[in-house]
Ligand binder design. Structure first.
Ligand code: 4AD
Ligand code: MG
Length: 461
C-alpha cells in the first residue's frame, strides 16, 4: 500500500507500474461501461483519480458507492499528459472496505465552517481541515526542531497544580468530592483538605512556574503542552483548552527573550512555507488572499518595538475609533492590539513595559517601580500571540510584590526557593499554539484550528 503523497512526490518511479492505494471516496461518476472515482487518503492535499470499467466483477457495487466509502484499489498508474492531474490509476481490482451510508454529512459542495464545527469527527476529511491539521502537525514539529537545534531541554510540566500562575483566578477545579455531600470545614466551606490531594487543585493555566525550576537547572528549557482557562470570553481567539509553548532561559533578559520569540516565529513560518506549499497555496487562494505575501513580508523585516506608554499615546489619538477608550493603566483590548499592529506598525510588534497592575506577580519590576519588564507580541489579524517577561529574581522584591497582591506564601514555597538557592536573571514567554496556527493559515476562528475545540458551552466529542 503506498500513499498518494509518495505518488505525487515520486511520479517517475511509479508511472507505468502497478500500485495499491487505500482511501476514502470523494466522488463517483459512472457511465454504462466505465466510471471514475476521486480518492483521498489523507496523506496529501491532492486527490487521485481512479478509472474503472465493467471488466471488474463488482462494477455495479463501485458505481453505487456513496461519498465517504473506503476502498482499496490495485491498478496501473498511467500518465495523462495535458490533463488537470498528471496521472490516473486504471483499476484492476477495487475492494470495498467500508460502505458509507447515503446520509453522509459531507456532500460534494461547499459546507460552511459553522456547519463543519458540528461534525468535528468528520471535518478532518475536508480539504480545508486536511490543510489546517497538516499545518498544525508540521508546526508542532518545527517548534521542537527549533528548540532542539538550540539545545533547549523539553520539559513536561504537570497539568494538575495547586497554584495559579497567572493569578487571574480563571481555573478549572480538579476535585473528587461530590458537590452534594462534600465535607465542610470550620467555616462551612468545602473542605479540600479531605479531597484526593489534600488541598485545592486545578488544571494548569501555564507551565511557567515549573518551567522556571528547570531553567534554574538546565539553563534553557521549553514546555509544549495543553493549558486550561475558564475564561468566560466567547471570542474567536479564546479556547478553554489550548496548547502553549513556554521557553524559559537563565542568564537572559527581556531583550534576549524578544530575540528568541522573533526568531522562533520566523523559523516556524519559514518551515511551514517550505514544507507545506500546497496547503499554503490553498489558504492563500481560498481563506486569506495575500497570506503568503504577508508572511514573506514578516520574514524580510524586523518586528517593531514600542513601550506600553508610547503605544497608549499613539492609541489615545484614535480613541474615537474604539469601543473601549484607552488611557494609561488600562489593559489593551483586542481592538487596540489590532490597531497597533495592523494600522500603525503594519507588522508584528512587541509592546513592552506594561504597568505592573495589569500583569502577573512574577514579572521583574522596572526601576521606575511602576512598570514591569514584560512584552506582548501582537500580530495582524489576531492581536496578542505571545506574552512574556523577565522574571523577578530578587527574593525580597518578589515577596514584597506577593504581599501586595495578597498571594499565599505557602502556595509558592518552591518558587521562592529558586530565588534563595542560586537565583539568576531569567526570562521566558508563552506562545499560544492555536493563535500561531490562525496566523499561519489565515483561519479566523480558534475553533477551526484545534481538532476538538472546547469553548464556553461547548465540549462535544
Ligand atoms: O499571556 P499569557 O496568559 O501568558 C502566560 O501564561 C505566561 N505564563 C507565559 C510565559 O511567560 N511563560 O498566555 C500566553 C499566550 C497568549 O499570548 C495567547 O497567545 C495564548 O497564550 N492564550 C490563549 N490562547 C487561546 N485561548 C486562550 N484562552 C488563551 N489564553 C492565552
Ligand atoms: Mg497575555
Amino acid at each position: 500500500l503506498i500513499t498518494i503523497k509518495s505518488i505525487f512526490r515520486d511520479k517517475e518511479k511509479y508511472i507505468g507500474k502497478e500500485i495499491t492505494v487505500g482511501g476514502w471516496v470523494r466522488s463517483v461518476r459512472d457511465s454504462k461501461t466505465f466510471g471514475f472515482v476521486v480518492l483521498n487518503d489523507g496523506s496529501f492535499f491532492e486527490t487521485l483519480q481512479i478509472v474503472y470499467s465493467d471488466s471488474l466483477g463488482n462494477f455495479q457495487e463501485i458505481s453505487r458507492l456513496n461519498i465517504g466509502a473506503s476502498i482499496l484499489v490495485r491498478g496501473q498508474l498511467v500518465g495523462t499528459p495535458g490533463m488537470k492531474q498528471p496521472f490516473e490509476v486504471q483499476a484492476v481490482q477495487i475492494d470495498v472496505e467500508g460502505e458509507s451510508a447515503p446520509d453522509y454529512p459531507l456532500q460534494k459542495k461547499r459546507h460552511t465552517l459553522e456547519y463543519l464545527r458540528t461534525i468535528s469527527h468528520l471535518r478532518p476529511r475536508t480539504n480545508t481541515f486536511q490543510a489546517v491539521f497538516r499545518v498544525r502537525s508540521l508546526c508542532a514539529y518545527a517548534i521542537h526542531k527549533f528548540f532542539m537545534e538550540r539545545d533547549f531541554v523539553y520539559v513536561h510540566t504537570p497539568l494538575i497544580t495547586g497554584s495559579d500562575c497567572e493569578g487571574a483566578g480563571e481555573m478549572f477545579r480538579v476535585t473528587t468530592l461530590d458537590a452534594k455531600n462534600a465535607p465542610l470545614d470550620e467555616d462551612g466551606r468545602v473542605d479540600y483538605r479531605q479531597d484526593f490531594f489534600g488541598k485545592e487543585t486545578n488544571l494548569t493555566v501555564s507551565g511557567q512556574l515549573n518551567g522556571e525550576a528547570f531553567a534554574m537547572a538546565f539553563r534553557n528549557i521549553y514546555t509544549f503542552g495543553p493549558t486550561f482557562r475558564a475564561e468566560n470570553s466567547n471570542t474567536t481567539r479564546h479556547a478553554a483548552e489550548f496548547w502553549m509553548i513556554e521557553p524559559e532561559m537563565a542568564f537572559a533578559d527581556l531583550k534576549d527573550d524578544m530575540m528568541l520569540a522573533e526568531s522562533m516565529l520566523k523559523y516556524v513560518i519559514r518551515y511551514v512555507m517550505e514544507n507545506a506549499p500546497e496547503e499554503m497555496n490553498f489558504f492563500n487562494s481560498f481563506v486569506d488572499k495575500g497570506l503568503i505575501e504577508r508572511l514573506n513580508g514578516v520574514l524580510e523585516s524586523d518586528f517593531a518595538h514600542v513601550t506600553y506608554t508610547q503605544a497608549v499615546e499613539l492609541l489615545e489619538k484614535n480613541n474615537d475609533m474604539f469601543t473601549y477608550k484607552v488611557c494609561w493603566g488600562c489593559d489593551l483590548q483586542t481592538e487596540h492590539e489590532r490597531y497597533l499592529t495592523e494600522n500603525i506598525f503594519k507588522r508584528p510588534v512587541f509592546v513592552t513595559d506594561y504597568p505592573k497592575e495589569i500583569k502577573a506577580f512574577y514579572m521583574k519590576m522596572n526601576p521606575d517601580n511602576k512598570t514591569v519588564a514584560a512584552m506582548d507580541c501582537l500580530v495582524p489579524g489576531i492581536g496578542e500571540i505571545m506574552g512574556g517577561s523577565q522574571r523577578e529574581d530578587n527574593l525580597d522584591r518578589l515577596l514584597a510584590r506577593m504581599e501586595e497582591l495578597k498571594l499565599n506564601r505557602e502556595d509558592y514555597g518552591f518558587y521562592l526557593d529558586l530565588r534563595k538557592y542560586g537565583s539568576a536573571r531569567h526570562a521566558g514567554f508563552g506562545l499560544g499554539f492555536e493563535r500561531m496556527i490562525m496566523y499561519l493559515t489565515g483561519m479566523s476562528n480558534i475553533r477551526d484550528v484545534i481538532p476538538f475545540p472546547r469553548t464556553v458551552n461547548n465540549c462535544e466529542l
